[in-house]
Design a protein around this ligand. Structure first.
Ligand SMILES: Cc1cc2nc3c(=O)[nH]c(=O)nc-3n(C[C@H](O)[C@H](O)[C@H](O)COP(=O)(O)O)c2cc1C
Length: 172
């Protein structure tokens, strides 16, 4: 059985998708993995839109203009409802983005486990996205997460990680 570390190493950003649809059972599995994510005070401020229709996908391509994104057939717009996220009393820090990030990564790892590819996309026009999908006030689109099967022979980009020594802050 694949270890969690192997799964973490195998997951990669996929930026070229085949037309093969995500099955309902795989999608339900991914959603359940997302749903189980921890969140500050268990407020679960994430809200999702699933876009699979041509009109919606075209709108997303206007929010994130990049040729590879045109291969996307299935995409989550992962939002944070900031009226539902925890704000730390001492300084008001909003923890919604942290919660959303954890939930999204649960989904991305679950997708990799099922042989599906995902890619975090944050470099999109959030305001246009808000307007295109008539998102309610206070609901911020945080990430676009395309989901699908990588094209046959997909070659992952080399994304080296920092050596362990560089992770540590010095205390002196
Ligand atoms: C918060 C966040 C935002 C990202 N935004 C984008 C993006 O807008 N476009 C893109 O192609 N990749 C985006 N990525 C993917 C990163 O470039 C990628 O995760 C990183 O290079 C490591 O590669 P890997 O995911 O294949 O391991 C984003 C990743 C994260 C975590």
């Amino acid at each position: 059985m694949e270890s969690f570390l192997d799964l973490c190493r195998r997951r990669c950003s996929v930026r070229d998708f085949s037309d093969k649809p995500v099955s309902d059972s795989d999608f339900a599995y991914l959603l359940e993995c997302l749903r189980q994510a921890p969140s500050a005070v268990n407020f679960q401020p994430w809200r999702l839109l699933r876009v699979t229709d041509e009109e919606g996908l075209s709108a997303l391509c206007r929010c994130y203009v990049n040729p590879w994104f045109r291969t996307v057939r299935d995409c989550l717009v992962v939002c944070c409802d900031h009226s539902r996220s925890w704000h730390r009393k001492s300084d008001g820090k909003d923890h919604g983005d942290i919660d959303v990030a954890i939930a999204v990564e649960h989904l991305c790892l679950a997708a990799a486990e099922r042989g599906l590819g995902t890619c975090w996309v944050c470099n999109f026009d959030a305001d246009l996205c808000r307007r295109s999908f008539s998102l309610p006030e206070g609901v911020e689109p945080v990430a676009l997460i395309p989901i699908g099967y990588p094209v046959e022979g997909y070659v992952r980009r080399d994304s080296p990680r920092l050596p362990v020594e560089e992770l540590w802050l010095r205390r002196d």
